[in-house]
Design a protein around this ligand. Structure first.
Ligand code: GCU
Length: 658
């Protein structure tokens, strides 16, 4: 199936400065990654300048020189113009590749080449995409078509694989998990000979772009693949089964990054079945793959999904910390705990997980979700980079300085190197990769942010828009405007002040205020006729105590709790006055009306771009924005009507609430 080149489309540029260097490209070293870099330069030279760029063996003939310089950090680059040549240096060939992509980004933005003089070391050692692709070709929480990694229990390797690797590497991704964290059916057998050949081909393509392949692992594999009757991590038979199995895997797939594991979560098997801890489980596997440099990335998404509604002490938000904080310091060096940004599950607004700051002697990784499971499923535009920025900038107060989530994830707080950021991917086999054309900004943005967390959301939005649509200032202004407002707009017409959920259970699209309230899954908003919110203070579930001071006290009282999270932390009466002077109920009504107006405005702005962006993109984005606009009304009316009827308090502005 034909697919787009997304942000690597290399349109013609008018700034001619770089032409002088297009005489040839030279590199003394040679490997697959440098070859990829050269191919990319050739493609770009053709697209931007219509020039065939030859590879040359003679340095004096080359206007572009690629150079691996050991004095640079491994993945760092330095790029600069000179009299005779433009130089791209990297601490490794991957560093050179990142330098090439940076140069091409700048050239696409029409920056004069004499001004392109930059150096950069990626902040996060690991910058990963987690695909939730199933081997039958479906994608869990996938909103962009089917998998391009799997079909009918087979692995796909084709043109698309390489283009995927190019796109991922262009934004600095260096690790990819190809299969769903819920490892079932054929995926359990990815660690068997049946799949090694195809995995090796995949690995080979990825390696050419500096990307390591990882797999999600089924903790119960000894039971399901072997003939054992247990997968107890401390059972000698289980340990030797894994030893043999993983040795076979690493012999077939040297360079495999390691394994991602979801254990004891939402029905997945894990060490709890055998009365063992998560450290027992993770360390056992980590010790086995240590000789090959393998990593065990262990997810902290562990909670009791069957909480009784009468039980007001159990709190899903507490679960991650309650399970993992007591194990701090017990995980081995090559184990990384992967922690979702918030304590619940990728809601439009959540506080930062208190595990960040709560763990001091454990490798950690931040997990975010660019698949828009709860944020409009790529039918609505919701640019998530501003949310990720807030998460990264959050001060945990676990140390007097270098205490932000960014510092922790990048390893600076505790001097670690097995750490970084991962995103649940938003891609599929749709021709534009992400269903909604504007959702590609989240993929692009996640990569850029994980490489360089000092970038602002605006800078990233502008870069992406320039690469995708060109430099027309009107187009850039509109696209940037739509993207930058979209998260707050989505929040306004959906669930207020951090309460979250209110979606249809299971598929999670569309409004359903009580959908989870009366579900056994137990994620409650506790709305009644007097007020709404979950008391997570010391009077309630005590969740606030999981934070370090002064955050714990700040969240603990209604007066000091940041307003956007008020209902996450407190049960608040409808007539409570917010800082702006409106009551809580009036705030709910107002924001829902505003959210719809903003969604309408996005459609109007986009329509102005007819003829200025490719027709196909214009048409399909317009139709998604139209759906969003209508759907925002449904959200507004359902939520407002619900609270009007619960509270009996009318809208001060007399707007229609049913
Ligand atoms: C959410 C999501 C699931 C997913 C889970 C996870 O609950 O709805 O589809 O499996 O997160 O992160 O493991």
């Amino acid at each position: 199936m034909a697919h787009s080149q997304a942000w690597l489309c290399y349109r013609t540029v008018s700034e001619p400065g770089f032409r002088q260097y297009l005489t040839g490209v030279y590199t003394q070293e040679g490997d697959a990654v440098l070859d990829s870099g050269i191919r990319e330069l050739q493609l770009a030279a053709q697209g931007m300048f219509g020039v065939e760029l030859p590879r040359t063996e003679a340095p004096e003939e080359a206007g572009i020189r690629l150079q691996v310089s050991p004095e640079l950090k491994t993945e760092a680059y330095r790029i600069y113009p000179g009299e005779a040549a433009y130089t791209i240096e990297g601490g490794s060939s991957a560093g050179v590749l990142y330098g090439i992509f940076q140069l091409l980004r700048r050239l696409q933005a029409e920056v004069p080449v004499q001004e392109i003089r930059e150096s950069q070391t990626p902040d996060n050692p690991l910058r990963m995409l987690n695909h939730w692709d199933n081997m039958d070709g479906s994608i869990e929480r996938g909103y962009s078509g089917k998998s391009f990694f799997f079909q009918n229990d087979e692995i796909l390797v084709n043109d698309r694989t390489r283009d995927y690797a190019r796109l991922a590497a262009s934004v600095g991704i260096n690790g990819v998990v190809i299969n769903n964290v819920n490892v079932k059916h054929a995926a359990t057998s990815l660690i068997t000979g049946r799949y090694f050949d195809k995995l090796r081909s995949l690995q080979h393509i990825f390696a050419g772009y500096g990307i390591r392949l990882f797999l999600s692992l089924n903790f119960a594999a000894p039971l399901e693949l072997g003939s054992l009757d247990t997968s107890d991590p401390l059972d000698a038979g289980v340990v030797s089964w894994w030893q043999e199995k993983l040795q076979e895997v690493y012999e077939a797939l040297p360079g495999l990054g390691g394994f991602l594991i979801k254990a004891d979560s939402e029905g997945r098997p894990g060490p709890f079945t055998y009365g063992r801890t998560h450290a027992d489980g993770a360390n056992m596997l980590a010790d086995i793959i240590k000789p090959w440099g393998g990593l065990i990335i262990w997810r902290c998404f562990v909670y009791n999904c069957k909480q009784d509604w009468r039980d007001r002490k159990t709190d899903r938000a507490r679960a991650g910390y309650d399970h993992f904080q007591p194990l701090d310091g017990t995980f081995h060096d090559n184990v990384i705990l992967q922690i979702k940004n918030g304590p619940m599950d990728f809601q439009v607004r959540e506080p930062v997980s208190p595990l960040f700051g709560g763990l001091e002697a454990t490798n950690q990784m931040l997990e975010v979700q660019i698949a828009q499971e709860y944020t409009g499923q790529q039918r609505h535009v919701c640019y998530l980079i501003p949310m990720f920025r807030e998460v990264l900038d959050f001060r945990t107060h676990c140390a007097p300085e270098k205490d932000t989530v960014r510092d922790i994830a990048s390893g600076k707080t505790h001097g670690r190197t097995n750490c970084g950021m991962a995103a649940v991917a938003n891609t599929g086999d749709d021709s534009n990769w992400t269903g909604h054309d504007l959702a590609a900004a989240n993929w692009y943005g996640f990569g850029r942010l994980s490489f360089d967390p000092s970038l602002t959301s605006e800078e990233i939005a502008r870069e992406w828009a320039t690469l995708t649509f060109g430099t027309d200032p009107r187009v850039l202004a509109v696209v940037e405007n739509i993207l930058m407002g979209s998260w707050k707009t989505y929040e306004k017409y959906t669930s207020p002040l951090g309460i979250g959920w209110m979606v249809n259970p299971n598929h999670h699209y569309g409004p359903n205020v009580d959908g989870y309230e009366y579900d056994r899954w137990g994620t409650y908003h506790r709305a009644d006729h007097k007020g709404i919110g979950v008391d997570r203070s010391t009077e309630g579930t005590g969740y606030t105590t999981q934070y370090k001071e002064p955050n714990a006290s700040m969240y603990n009282t209604v007066e000091t709790c940041p307003e956007e999270l008020l209902l996450f932390f407190h049960y608040v009466p409808y007539n409570h006055r917010l800082s702006g002077g409106t009551t809580l109920i009036q705030h709910i009504y107002n924001t829902h009306f505003e959210g719809v107006e903003e969604a309408d405005a996005m459609v109007r702005m986009w329509l102005e771009l007819a003829g200025k962006v490719p027709e196909e993109i214009h048409r399909s984005t317009a139709s998604r924005l139209e759906e969003q606009r209508l759907h925002a009304r449904e959200w507004r009316d359902m939520v407002n009507t619900y609270f009007y009827r619960k509270s009996g308090i009318p809208d001060e502005l007399n707007r229609t609430i049913y």
